[in-house]
Ligand binder design. Sequence first.
Ligand code: SF4
Length: 303
Amino acid sequence: MLGFKKSPWIIHYDASSCNGCDIETLACLTPLYDAERLGVINTGNPKHADIFLVTGAVNEQSRQVIQNIYHQLPEPKVVVAVGACAASGGIFQDCYNIAGGVDTVIPVDVYVPGCAARPEAIIDGILKAVEVLEDKHRRITAMANSIDQTIIVRATPEDVAEILALQKIAYQSEAEIYGDDSVPALQQSLAELKEDFQRMVFLKAVVNGKIIGAVRGYSEGETAHILRLIVHPYFQGRGIGSRLVREIEAVWPPSVRRFEAFTGHRSKRNLTLYGRLGYRPFKEVPYNSAVTWVYMEKLRHEN
Ligand code: SF4
């Protein structure tokens, strides 16, 4: 679990660097600076990495790629912005197509100064990233140990960004199941989620002040639709999802006599959870060539 202490794996992405910081980053891995003596391994797969190292400023082409890579790194993860461009846009910050530094699209934990950043500073940044990683791991472990203190309450508008970040983490496993990251939950923008918030009930599961799960829903006549049940991967299998569904069912008055939810046909975990809570499949609707939505229903008295 704490393998990253002795062997942090990094993934490097060039967002739009002039190549200066990239060359210095690669120099870290050569025999002269030899970051591998510290256990650092450069991997090409974000799912194997602990540290996301970005060089260059964010432009319109790299924005989405940065977000996609970031969301594929498992938790806990750390982002290192290498060089002035990654920190703020650097000498390119006034260019028409530059959005700014990496922190305009994802949270950054460590900034490595320089233009170009020197290999010694980059290695120093990686070692600082390992400290941040250990700290994040400690906090997640503390939350996992306090799981029985989880409370479920209504979300507020201030929670929307945190819920969206959690949604992107939680739905990565769905994208893997279907080999398709075009599932709507992964594509939803902050503006769209804010719209959902205006017309739906949102509940959140909170432990130690951090949102680890959420669900939303709305009612139409006698039916309440339950959507986007999400639980942080670290806390799945601990009953949080079932609690969220039960709590959101209880939100509606007795005039709501039927609950409806849907999930992908290969999402066994969701199908099992809803089945355990009394939901039964009643129709299937193809979404695309990879995913078919399975709609499930439950009448109110069937608990
Ligand atoms: S910080 Fe300097 S060396 Fe690094 S990518 Fe920007 S311009 Fe190039």
